[in-house]
Design a protein around this ligand. Sequence first.
Ligand code: NOJ
Length: 532
Amino acid sequence: MTGHDRGTSWWSDAVVYQLYVRSWHDSDGDGYGDLPGVVDKLDYLSWLGVDAIWLSPTMPSPDHDWGYDVSDYVSVHPELGSLEDMDRLVAEAGRRQMRILLDLVPNHTSDQHPWFVEARSSRGATHRNWYVWAEPSPDKAPPNNWLDASGESAWTLDAETGQYYLHNFLPSQPDLNWWDPPVHDAFEEILRFWFDRGIAGFRIDVAHGLYKDAALRDNPPMPEGQLIGGTGGQEQRFSANRPETHAVFRNWRRIAEQYEPPRLLLGETCVPDAEKLARYYGQDDELQLGFNFPFMVSAYTALELSNVVRETLGRLPVGAIPVWTMSNHDKSRFTTRWCSNDDVRAALALTILLTLPGTIVIYYGDEIGMTDVDVPLELQRDNMFLGGRGGHPSRDRARTPMQWEPSVTGGFTTAGTTPWLPLGDVSSHNVADQREDPRSLLSLCRQLVSVRRRHIKGCGGSYEQLAAAEHQWVYRSGDVVVAANFAGEPAEVPGLAGPVLFSSLKARLPEKPFGEPLRLAGFEAVVVQLWP
Ligand code: NOJ
């Protein structure tokens, strides 16, 4: 793929860091991370070379889904801090040339949001139509076959008013009704409220989900082999992914562009392929960025990953910027899922991630190789998938506290406080030790950020896949070539000349004389400077 003249916005080649606030740094000793804790650690992110920080939900919430059930869209959760703390964070990040993105949840609210409390008070309530209500079917069963995230009916009967309401997630997360114009007005105001406060943009939760089929048609079974875009064995053809949603984003894009610099809309576009993803970019008039789930759920092989990249770049509209990420707060960490907790393989994956064109998102702790943590049932905090409910493992495994140092609290909280989720292996993987070690994953990651700045940033997102043997992925990105060996055995890469700027291995194989093929060790990736 060549020829995509990708934009020059600040996010074009940016490194975005996803920070799960409750697990980042606890400044007040209550066991939960908080906004002052984010301020405390800004120097670390600045040292790493991060351009923007996406904060997991920060708005008030009863926390049935840890902030993804919002009860007030224009405030800060008191356990995390105050609006003043948020303003200070934006200012302090800005002083370090970093921007703050918030998580916006427009698909549903908490059932404790005043809108829903009022809506369920009577059939004639002012906010009744802000949510999706339907009559029971003749046998009193739910109105259709839609299932929620944990595989149960997506409808709950409201006994008082005798109608069912829709929830694509927990019953305490009622879906908003985007067919109702006042819902649009409310969110426009919310957008402006945060943009006016200096928030650089939003990660938009369930961006593909806002509108539901007006006729509430039944969902079909999930097509065989499809991993994304369904729930409980159903494809969410009618309970999400509706075409009307695009008009919402066109409107939000106009609002985002009324600001200087334009605010960023980064969608959680959970769709199964690049063609569907491309639709959310519109004609450069919808989301500026959309998460690429096929990349994250790909098998960890040169063939599959490179196919996703090629397919994505081929399908996105000219000028659109791709987004790459390997882990997030919903999935198993890439270190465990892809790399069997092996640092050598993790280093290879980080090398790929940080040399791809476009925006990349690092999930907190990925840079030090944090792995999934086996959280025992009695300590689990993820209600949606408690104890593996609905056949989905608890998401707590990838939400454990940041591992700052090799101490009892991991440097996350104060001595004597029990963190909200148990710590992973702080002695083997922590920031303090890895900062001292020039060969650690963290040092490697920081070096890669600087390679990215010097050789990939500003190159218009150019990417070209080069011929390679099986299990190898070789590509030109910016003005470097990346060669990655996904096999455990050494391999030669013919036809590649030029100095090796970077290797994912702590020690490279001895160099062969000039003119001979580059040799890669097992699971090694290198960045080679192209001769001018
Ligand atoms: C997607 C979020 O990433 C996830 O954590 C949350 O549970 C659902 N949306 C519902 O908001």
